[in-house]
Design a protein around this ligand. Structure first.
Ligand code: HAM
Length: 420
């Protein structure tokens, strides 16, 4: 019986991969310009890392982790997200001793046992970005400028950056108490999920997408009215600078994130074209995570793009992805001697960085030309025993149907002229 992929995961085939490479290449270039360095952390970690960072009350830790006991009896988890691993690596390799501010990025698959649906996979890819080492709001501003630069460079139209502040542990806890009090008397009017959230993680009630729950929350209380002076100051300064630099954003007092480590600034990037899973990126500040994982009091901020969703949003907003590169030269041969020469030429031109092709099978002259036509090749180079004896090759312009003789000695120069 044929074996197929598991539910909720997918292959990325050659027809799609050009789009992925286009996104990856552009992101890398911009990130390096913004002075970020790449980091690659392992695909699995000790389970405890995610429990201590993403948090016990999060859906990820509660329901979605791919956790198993390895042959040594250790509990291992496939990375559901990248921030925890990066901070683990930062501490393990004492990266704080090298620079005051560490700016890192990564491309990595992530694993979450979620209910599969459009835009939601059990293995998805993220581009993640983390800045470790400062609580200055200027770095929050830089992150928003970075996100906007990436999306505009990729040709994305129609995206929205939603921003909120979830305060620090102190002001957030005060807000949660007031929120619980305000909800308590009519908790039965909320959906079943929210009734559960009320017990485990009341803040996430704000995130409920159901109309009825959203209506019940419209009158507040709102976290912005409970922020302590430091959190409020951070938020207001950021907003002021975003306006000054004309970065487009929308304030959303209902925005809370699904991971427990966030403090102060949180944000999500959405596309109107993605349906229910409309958020293709998200992140925020996490000023306490380094400490919680055993380090010093070091503040951080970061975000991730979900690459499947980002690419889908780009497709739906009609981004012009680069076309597949056209084969420059197709070598056609007649006879075994000619084939030997062709092989030599093909590999010579490949090492010279030309995109060349020939038929591996000994098919007829007519069929080779047919294949070249099918591939949309611009020039064919034709070699038979006759040409070989005269040390020349026929160069055929497939668009114009014109043919000329080129001496094998001059071939490199001639082809250089043609692709100039
Ligand atoms: P997250 O919001 O959980 O944040 O995931 C980031 C992005 O990954 C989401 O916006 C979404 O586009 C994509 N994503 C998440 N789950 C799935 C899924 N099941 N299928 C397809 N795409 C998905 C984080 O993971 C944080 N580590 C982001 C961060 C970095 N915060 C600070 N630094």
């Amino acid at each position: 019986m044929e074996i197929k992929t598991l539910r909720g995961i997918k292959d990325i085939l050659p027809v799609e991969i050009k789009k992925w490479q286009y996104v990856e290449l552009n992101c890398r270039k911009i990130l390096e310009n913004f002075n970020f360095s790449e980091i690659r952390t392992p695909i699995f970690e000790k389970t405890e890392l995610f429990i201590r960072s993403v948090g016990k009350s999060s859906d990820i830790v509660n329901k979605e982790m791919y956790t198993f006991i390895d042959k040594g009896g250790e509990s291992i988890t496939l990375k559901p997200e990248g921030t925890a691993s990066v901070i683990r690596a930062y501490l393990e390799h004492k990266m704080y001793a090298q620079e005051q501010i560490t700016k890192l990025y990564y491309f990595s698959p992530m694993f979450r046992y979620e209910r599969p649906q459009s835009g939601r996979y059990r293995q998805h890819y993220q581009l993640g970005v983390e800045v470790i080492g400062t609580k200055n709001f200027i770095i929050d501003l830089e992150i928003f400028i970075l996100i906007t630069t990436i999306l505009e460079t990729l040709g994305m139209k129609n995206f929205e950056i939603k921003i909120n502040s979830v305060g620090c542990n102190i002001c957030r806890n005060k807000y949660i108490e007031v929120l619980k009090e305000s909800i308590f008397s009519n908790i039965s009017s909320f959906c079943e999920d929210c009734q559960n959230r009320f017990k485990i993680n009341p803040l996430r009630i704000l995130d409920c997408k159901k109309d009825n729950c959203r209506a019940l929350l419209q009158k507040g209380p709102f976290i912005k009215d409970f922020l302590c002076s430091e959190c409020k100051d951070h938020h207001l300064k950021l907003i002021k600078y975003l306006d000054f630099f004309k970065v487009k954003y929308v304030l959303d007092s209902f925005l809370v994130r699904g991971l427990d480590y966030y403090t102060k600034t949180v944000f999500e990037i959405t596309s109107p074209f993605l349906g229910a899973q409309n958020s293709f990126g998200g992140g925020g500040r996490y000023d306490k995570l380094v400490q919680e994982l055993g380090g010093n009091d070091i503040s951080c901020i970061g975000f991730s793009f979900g690459l499947e969703r980002l690419i889908q949003a780009m497709e739906k907003s009609n981004v012009n992805f680069p076309e597949k590169k056209e084969i420059e030269f197709y070598f056609v041969y007649l006879g075994e001697k000619a084939l030997e020469k062709i092989i030599e030429l093909v590999f010579l031109f490949r090492t010279k960085n030309y995109y060349v092709h020939f038929s591996y099978e000994n098919v007829s002259f007519k069929n080779q030309l047919k294949q070249a036509n099918k591939l949309g090749v611009k020039y064919c180079l034709i070699l038979g025993e006759n040409e070989l004896q005269k040390e020349l090759i026929l160069l055929k312009d497939m668009e114009q149907g014109i043919q000329e003789e080129v001496s094998l000695q001059n071939l490199v120069k001639k082809l250089e002229e043609l692709v100039k």
